[in-house]
Write a protein that binds this ligand. Structure first.
Ligand SMILES: Cc1cc2nc3c(=O)[nH]c(=O)nc-3n(C[C@H](O)[C@H](O)[C@H](O)COP(=O)(O)O)c2cc1C
Length: 183
C-alpha cells in the first residue's frame, strides 16, 4: 500500500479522518436565557465517574453559559434533524432556537434546557475546562441520561437504527451511524 502526503490541517481532509458525533449543546445563562449550538468534537474520557469532553470556542455563548451556570445538556442529533442543525448557524441565541424549530424542555438534574426533538440526552455538570491551541475543552460529568422509549422497545441492532445518530464528516456533509456490524 503506497502512502502519499496528506494535509495536517483538518480543513484539507477530504475524506475526513476523524468523524465526530453531531450533538446540540444546550445551555442557559445566569438570567435563564437559553442557547443551543451544534458540536461534533465530542468524546468520552472517563468511565468512573462518567466524564465526557467537547472542544468549543472560548468566547462563544455556549462556553460562556457553561462557565456561568456550571452545567450543559448534550442532545444527540438524528438524520431527520441534520438540515436544521447545519442551517441553524445563520442565527444566534433565541432567534436560532425559534427559527430552527428546536423545542426546549426541562432537564432532570441540571439547570439547563434539553432539546426535546432529540432522541437521547446526557445531562452534565462542569468538571474542568482546558484552553489548548484554538480550542476550549469542556469536561462534564454525566449526572443523568435519557432516551426515547421506542428505542428500548426494539431489540439489539434495531436500537441503533431508531437512534439514527449522525457523524460530522466535513462542511455540509455527514454520515448516519445505522449499519451495525458485529465482530
Ligand atoms: C455540524 C456542526 C458541528 C460543529 N461542531 C463544532 C465543534 O465541535 N466545536 C466548535 O467549537 N464549533 C462547532 N461548530 C460551530 C458552532 O456550532 C458555531 O460556532 C456556533 O455559532 C456556536 O454557537 P454559540 O455561540 O451559540 O455557542 C459546529 C457547527 C456545525 C454545524
Amino acid at each position: 500500500m503506497k502512502k502519499i502526503d496528506y494535509p495536517i490541517d483538518k480543513n484539507g481532509w477530504h475524506p475526513s479522518l476523524i468523524p465526530g458525533p453531531i450533538v446540540l449543546i444546550s445551555t442557559q445563562d445566569s438570567a435563564k436565557e437559553p442557547n443551543v449550538a451544534p458540536k461534533s468534537w465530542l468524546q468520552m474520557v472517563s468511565f468512573d465517574p462518567p466524564i465526557l469532553m467537547f472542544s468549543g470556542t472560548r468566547r462563544n455563548t455556549t462556553e460562556q453559559n457553561i462557565l456561568e451556570t456550571g452545567c450543559f445538556g448534550v442532545n444527540f442529533v438524528d438524520s431527520s434533524m441534520a438540515p436544521a442543525v447545519y442551517g441553524c448557524l445563520e442565527w444566534f441565541g433565541r432567534e436560532r432556537i425559534e427559527r430552527s424549530g428546536f423545542v426546549l424542555g426541562d432537564a432532570r438534574e441540571i439547570d439547563a434546557p434539553l432539546v426535546e426533538d432529540c432522541r437521547a440526552h446526557l445531562e452534565c455538570q462542569l468538571r474542568q475546562t482546558v484552553e489548548i491551541g484554538s480550542g476550549f475543552v469542556v469536561f462534564g460529568e454525566i449526572v443523568a441520561a435519557s432516551i426515547w422509549e421506542e428505542v428500548l422497545r426494539v431489540a439489539g441492532d434495531r436500537r441503533y437504527e431508531l437512534l439514527d445518530q449522525i457523524v460530522f464528516l466535513e462542511n455540509g456533509a455527514y454520515a448516519p451511524v445505522n449499519q451495525i456490524v458485529r465482530v
